[in-house]
Write a protein that binds this ligand. Structure first.
Ligand SMILES: Nc1ncnc2c1ncn2[C@@H]1O[C@H](COP(=O)(O)OP(=O)(O)OP(=O)(O)O)[C@@H](O)[C@H]1O
Ligand SMILES: [Mg+2]
Length: 236
C-alpha cells in the first residue's frame, strides 16, 4: 500500500474483513397491499438510480415476483439483478450469502402471512422493513397487528410504512388517526396513488411516469437508512 509503514499496511489490510451488507424486507401480513410491486420498483431504483448491487429473494409461495422475472427474461430485457426463490426457512442461507458480498442490498419479498416460526429470525436480522399498506379498514387493522408483532420480536427494527393505492377521489375519514397510530411503529412516507401504470412494471423496467411519486420516497429511504449506515451481517 502506498506510503504506509509495513505494520500499518498490515492493520489496514485486516480491517475490510467486515462485510457491509443489508437485508431489506417488503412485508405486511395483509395481502394485495403492494409488497411485491414496491419490492420490484425499489430494486429497480436501487440499481438504476443508486448504482447498488441488488439481489432479490422471493419468499412468497405464490412466486409472483419470480414469475415476473422469468417473463422479463423471456423478453430478453437487460437483467438488473438476480431473483431467486427461497422458503422462509432458507433465510439462514440468504443471510450467509449476504454476509459474503460487500455492499449488497438483499431485497426480500415476503408472503402475506405470519404463520411461520422462521419469521422470527427474519425480523430479527433485517436492517429495514418496508411495509406498504392501504387505508381500508381491514388493511389498517392487519398492518397495526403486523407492526406490533414485529416490534415485539425486535424492538430495534426499523419499519417504514408506505400508504399505497391511495385513491385521490376518495376522502379517507380516518386518515389522520390511522397515520398517528401507525407512526408509533415507524416512519410514514408520502402516499403512493392508485395508478394504472403500476401494471406495467417489470424486474428490468419502471415506467418514468412513476418517478415523481416514487423517487422522493426511495431517495429519502436511502438518505435516512441506507447510505449512511454501516450495516453488517456476521457470517454464521
Ligand atoms: N399504487 C398502485 N396503483 C395501482 N395498482 C397497484 C398499486 N400498487 C400495487 N398495485 C396492484 O395491486 C395488486 C397487488 O399488488 P402486489 O401483488 O404487489 O401486492 P402484495 O402485497 O405483494 O400481494 P400478496 O400478498 O398477494 O403477495 C397488483 O395487481 C398490483 O399491480
Ligand atoms: Mg406479493
Amino acid at each position: 500500500m502506498e506510503g504506509k509503514e509495513g505494520k500499518n499496511a498490515e492493520e489496514t489490510m485486516k480491517l475490510p474483513d467486515k462485510k457491509i451488507t443489508m437485508i431489506i424486507l417488503f412485508a405486511n401480513q395483509k395481502g394485495g397491499v403492494g409488497k411485491s410491486t414496491l419490492a420490484v420498483l425499489f430494486s429497480n431504483f436501487s440499481v438504476q438510480k443508486k448504482n447498488r448491487k441488488v439481489k432479490v429473494v422471493d419468499m412468497d409461495f405464490q412466486q409472483s415476483l419470480y414469475n415476473k422475472h422469468l417473463n422479463s427474461d423471456l423478453l430478453e430485457n437487460e437483467k438488473l439483478y438476480e431473483v431467486e426463490l427461497s422458503k422462509i426457512s432458507g433465510f439462514r442461507n440468504i443471510r450467509k450469502e449476504a454476509a459474503q458480498v460487500p455492499n449488497l442490498l438483499t431485497v426480500i419479498d415476503l408472503a402475506g402471512t405470519m404463520a411461520d416460526d422462521n419469521l422470527v429470525q427474519v425480523f430479527k436480522d433485517s436492517g429495514l422493513i418496508i411495509c406498504p399498506f392501504c387505508y381500508d379498514e381491514y388493511s389498517v387493522t392487519s398492518t397495526f397487528e403486523f407492526c406490533y408483532v414485529v416490534k415485539k420480536i425486535n424492538p430495534e427494527s426499523k419499519i417504514i410504512l408506505i400508504p399505497n393505492r391511495v385513491k385521490t377521489s376518495v376522502k379517507y375519514e380516518t386518515l389522520d388517526s390511522v397515520n398517528q397510530a401507525l407512526s408509533k411503529f415507524g416512519e410514514l412516507t408520502s402516499p403512493v396513488s392508485d395508478r394504472i401504470d403500476f401494471q406495467r412494471i417489470t424486474t428490468s423496467y419502471s415506467p418514468k411516469t412513476l418517478d415523481p411519486i416514487l423517487d422522493p420516497i426511495f431517495n429519502k429511504i436511502f438518505n435516512d437508512y441506507i447510505d449512511e449506515s454501516s450495516w453488517e451481517v456476521e457470517t454464521i
